[in-house]
Design a protein around this ligand. Structure first.
Ligand code: CDP
Length: 202
């Protein structure tokens, strides 16, 4: 049987970096489920219906650098409240989680809805200010012109929408290990995540 690791948390908490490092450490496959919602959001920005976009999603749609923009992140969180959009993406995520070689999935509802039976669950968080500063650095490195205030407002609006939606709201699973990375280096956060997974494996 495969081993599934669920890593959830709010925007720009470091889930992506931690998930990649955890997957590399254990030799597991990694799925950034935010990319699924971002790909649907990007299609909606071009005028496609969100439910149709989610149902027609193919792997190549995830391979697009423009999915990392702030505009697409906002569109992703708007389509993510639609139950039919979420439903269209469930089977793909669950099949990924069951891979024989082990899987790491990161998102908002992995430990609660997609993989409630995941063998290890982490909820990675940090203060909104720390998360905004990290996301600002990423966006500036991509060449996107923005400010700390604009990024902080985006992150807070998205968190509020993600946490308050009726379908699969962002919430830590009861059995998730909480990792607050506000004052941790990325190396320390990765080490804490690996330790938590190792404890779940024993
Ligand atoms: O990278 P960041 O943490 O900013 O966002 P992301 O993980 O790429 O997710 C973008 C948006 O997709 C989130 O704000 C959520 O609205 C939505 N999402 C979701 O609803 N469920 C997931 N499992 C993953 C993402």
């Amino acid at each position: 049987m495969g081993f599934a690791i669920a890593i959830d948390g709010p925007a720009a908490a470091g889930k992506g970096t931690i998930s990649k490092a955890v997957a590399a450490h254990f030799g597991f496959a990694h799925l950034d489920t935010g990319l699924l919602y971002r790909a649907v959001g990007a299609k909606v920005l071009t005028g496609v219906d969100p439910i149709e976009a989610a149902r027609a999603l193919v792997a190549e749609d995830l391979d697009n650098a423009s999915l990392r923009s702030a505009e697409v992140a906002e569109a992703a969180s708007r389509v993510a409240v639609i139950g039919e959009v979420r439903a269209a993406l469930v089977d793909f995520q669950r099949a990924f989680a069951r891979r024989a070689g082990g899987a790491v999935l990161d998102g908002r509802d992995i430990g609660t809805v997609i993989c409630p039976d995941a063998q290890a669950k982490l909820f990675v968080t940090a203060s909104a200010e720390v998360r905004a500063a990290r996301r600002l650095a990423e966006l500036l490195a991509r060449g996107d012109a923005t400010s700390f205030e604009a990024v902080l407002a985006d992150v807070q609006a998205r968190d509020a929408r993600d946490a308050s939606r009726a379908q699969a709201p962002m919430v830590a699973a009861e059995d998730a290990v909480l990792i607050d990375t506000s004052s941790m280096s990325i190396e320390a956060a990765v080490a804490a995540a690996i330790t938590a997974v190792e404890e779940a494996r024993t």
